[in-house]
Design a protein around this ligand. Structure first.
Ligand code: ATP
Length: 234
């Protein structure tokens, strides 16, 4: 479904990613691990069209998508939940969710079905539809940004550090929700500092170091390699 070949990503003179290649099959849950600054977020941003590769290609279903805008990519089924977890604080939970469906406004039935699906998965949001999103707790806001991304009915969901800064009990719930989303058929690329938990729920993993792939394999194999821990734990 997704093939990244030899991408280089830059912020001006800074090379954030030097040479990353990765592949994902439809329905897989893949984790990207790496210390701070390894290039994980930049890789996600390039798939979502936020950062254009200076070199290399990104293909979705065999088509080169490296020049497309974030909006074009949402229409092609790619949604990203950035690390910044930014809700629209003055808008209600309901309004935040509806904004996630901006690219399928005419599909009223489909949007209503997605909304019901998200309320099943995130019952806390169903109880708070009229509440301004800025008044939700951190864990609730994380649920809202995942649900908002899911309102575009993506086939590929990019999740950047969904557990960051949350209490352990909430982190467990977020991980359960990721597993439920995956079971519903969404392909997921997950960036996580919480390596132990991420390796437990994912099929395969890539370990990034200084903008390159240092190792890749099944998550069980990566978890068993003690030599990699110092690389991804920093
Ligand atoms: N907006 C930016 N401008 C300049 N340099 C940046 C910018 N964003 C990231 N970088 C640099 O690019 C490199 C890779 O950053 P990136 O955020 O992709 O890493 P990461 O693995 O996601 O780390 P973290 O967990 O800290 O987010 C780092 O050296 C970082 O300082």
């Amino acid at each position: 479904m997704l093939e990244i070949e030899g991408i280089e990503l830059r912020y001006g003179a800074v090379k954030a990613v030097r040479d990353v290649s990765l592949r994902m099959e439809q329905g897989e849950l893949v984790t990207l691990l790496g210390a701070n600054g390894a290039g994980k977020s930049s890789t996600l941003k390039s798939i979502a069209g936020v950062l254009k590769p200076a070199r290399g290609t990104i293909r979705l279903d065999g088509q080169d998508i490296s020049g497309l805008s974030p909006e074009q990519l949402v229409r092609r089924g790619v949604a990203m939940v950035p690390e910044t977890r930014d809700v629209f604080p003055d808008l209600t939970v309901e309004e935040n969710l509806q904004l996630g469906a901006f690219c399928r406004r005419r599909d009223t039935r489909g949007v209503a079905a997605s909304r019901e699906r998200m309320f099943d998965l995130f019952p806390l949001l169903a109880e708070r539809t009229r509440q301004p999103a800025g008044t939700l707790s951190g864990g609730q806001q994380q649920q809202l940004v995942i649900a908002r991304a899911m309102m575009s009915d993506p086939r590929l969901l990019l999740l950047d550090e969904p557990s960051l800064g949350l209490a352990p009990v909430i982190v467990d719930r977020i991980f359960e929700m990721i597993v439920e989303l995956r079971q519903s058929g969404v392909t997921i690329l997950l960036v996580e500092q919480n390596a132990t938990k991420a390796l437990k729920i994912s099929d395969r993993s890539y370990v990034l170091s200084l903008g390159r792939v240092a190792a890749s394999g099944t998550s069980d194999d990566i978890a068993a390699r003690s030599d990699l821990k110092s690389i991804y734990l920093g």
